[in-house]
Design a protein around this ligand. Structure first.
Ligand code: ATP
Length: 511
């Protein structure tokens, strides 16, 4: 645990030191759970957004994009259920005065049991070696069975109580499981209460005439209210999708995990409209497709797992999370939800407008069903960044800090380094930059010995260094150093473009 915490601290300080993420308004001591992206962070974030957008919109003939406003008519949030039901159950510890989400306390308790079971299995695997049969061991070892049963029972009971809105039972469950405050170790809890997560604001010049508005807590509703606009003007035929990225706001009860849980964050969502009755097929399709998208980045297949929901949101008939192994354990990175026709039907009812599709093959009109994929851009940033940050022991006994960002996402693709600041080498370096800059973000660095410059670029996440030396003047070749393997090769200046393209271009990553 301590090791994980150390790693997480390193992630946060590295993100600041290398211009990725700063606390918001830091000169005023920051603002809780709000962060700013620095010069490198803004690029990485943009590249992740683009990687998502291209794979959704550009790669699929039947998915189009949208950019709807953050402010929406207030009735939107009545119809969507957010005014009545977008709340989290909160609980305070009376001794530490710390506030928690009651559901998260129980989920963390269950995850600890899961970790214990996994440890038990790993120990046995070591003992038995090749002859180990995981399935059989899981089914027969009494300790593993015990952990798993306790885990299942806790999450099932939590789901049942939350479904019934029985907050007294949720508190009783926390007490029965003897869950203690992670901060103080105390079990002295307040009652559980519901807390609405939407931020309110006002639209209008004077207090009397102003309208109450909400800052959108998800981008999805902007897609639903534009369903007909897009379908008609784009002549879209079912099945089709509408994708959107943009800011969302939630007054989170507990926000102590850096950019994992923010009060202002960005979502990348896609709503896929399908024929009623075909939603489960598409739900499975999008679960698989989204997992493949994640795996394409090479952060390690073992870092992902699905978590099927037991407690379904008011609008869903199936839901799963793609969880990622963050520095603090497996947590939700993306949600895939089968939202039925809940949203469109609700908007029909509240607006009095028909939101239907005439299906020429069936010769009938219906309200489409929806499968949603919803991922937090900031969470994706954290997944990429925290996995990329590594401390490596080198053969010569020294070590290096390296940020192994996927090249397709790296903020700066290459640094061009003249070996010395004279003899015409800087001029050649600038010429190389001028040629590459139309396609790639490349930078110039001439300060310090070249070895130190390599280390600096390693830590900043730059995948390639291009070094110009005295031989370059004779043979027109430069040295290209790969950040991850540290291997160097001599390359013709004219071939740099092709080489970088092979390593960086989106198409080589997605195919
Ligand atoms: P959680 O259970 O962690 O609160 P959620 O189930 O409420 O998340 P969704 O409403 O499904 O999340 O939102 C879709 C995605 O938006 C999440 O998978 C996550 O990546 C991202 N997200 C949600 N809330 C936040 C937040 N406060 N900060 C950053 N990203 C968030």
């Amino acid at each position: 645990m301590a090791k994980q915490e150390d790693q997480f601290k390193k992630v946060i300080s590295h993100a600041k030191e290398y211009g990725y993420i700063f606390p918001s308004s830091e000169i005023y001591d920051g603002l809780s759970a709000v962060y700013d992206y620095g010069q490198n962070g803004a690029e990485l974030k943009k590249n992740i957004r683009e990687y998502w957008w291209k794979s959704m919109v550009q790669m699929n003939q039947n998915i189009v994009g949208l950019d709807s406003a953050i402010f929406m008519h207030p009735t939107t949030w009545k119809a969507s259920g957010h005014v009545d039901a977008f709340s989290d159950p909160l609980i305070d510890n009376k001794d530490s005065k710390k506030r928690y989400r009651a559901d998260v306390l129980v989920e963390d308790y269950a995850e600890k049991l899961n970790i214990k079971a996994e440890k038990e299995i790993a120990k046995a695997e070591k003992r038995f070696g090749d002859s180990f049969d995981r399935e059989q061991y899981e089914a027969t070892n009494p300790r593993v069975i015990g952990y798993r049963e306790k885990q299942k029972s806790a999450t099932a009971r939590l789901a049942k109580y939350l479904d019934a809105d029985d907050l007294t039972a949720v508190k009783a469950l926390i007490e029965e499981l003897e869950i203690a405050c992670p901060e103080s170790g105390s079990k002295n809890w307040t009652d559980v209460r519901q807390f609405n997560l939407m931020f309110g604001t006002k639209l209008g010049a004077s207090a009397e005439t102003a309208t109450d508005l909400f800052l959108r807590p998800e981008t999805a509703q902007g897609i639903f209210v534009n369903f007909l606009n897009v379908q008609k003007t784009g002549r879209m035929k079912i099945p089709f999708g509408i994708a959107q990225t943009g800011k969302a706001f939630r007054n989170e009860i507990v926000a102590r995990q850096f950019i994992f849980r923010m009060r202002e964050f960005e979502q990348m969502e896609m709503q896929f409209f399908v024929r009623p009755g075909e939603e489960m097929k598409w739900y499975e399709h999008w679960k698989e497709t989204r997992l493949m998208w994640h795996k394409s980045l090479g952060l390690g297949d073992e870092n992902y797992r699905f978590h099927d929901h037991e407690k379904l949101a008011h609008y869903a008939n199936a839901a799963a999370d793609i969880e990622f192994n963050f520095p603090f354990g497996f947590k939700e990175l993306e949600g895939i939800h089968s939202r039925t026709d809940f949203d469109l039907k609700a908007h029909e009812e509240f607006s009095g407008k028909k939101l239907q599709f005439f299906d020429p093959e069936l010769n009938e009109s219906y309200v489409p069903y929806v499968v949603e994929t919803s991922i937090g851009l900031d969470r994706m940033f954290l997944a990429v960044f925290s996995t990329a940050l590594q401390e490596e022991e080198l053969d010569n006994g020294s070590s290096r800090t390296v940020l192994k960002l996927p090249a397709v996402l790296a903020p700066v693709k290459a640094a061009v380094l003249p070996l010395v600041k004279k003899d015409g080498l800087p001029e050649i370096a600038h010429q190389i930059i001028d040629n590459l800059k139309f396609d790639y973000n490349v930078i110039y660095d001439e300060k310090d010995a070249v070895g130190r410059r390599y280390r600096r670029q390693d830590a900043a996440g730059t995948p390639f260094c291009i070094t110009v030396d005295h031989d370059t003047k004779e043979d027109g070749k430069v040295t290209v150093r790969d950040r991850d393997s540290m291997e160097q090769e001599r390359v013709d200046i004219d071939e740099l473009q092709t080489l970088l393209d092979k390593k960086i271009n989106f198409k080589h990553w997605m195919s």
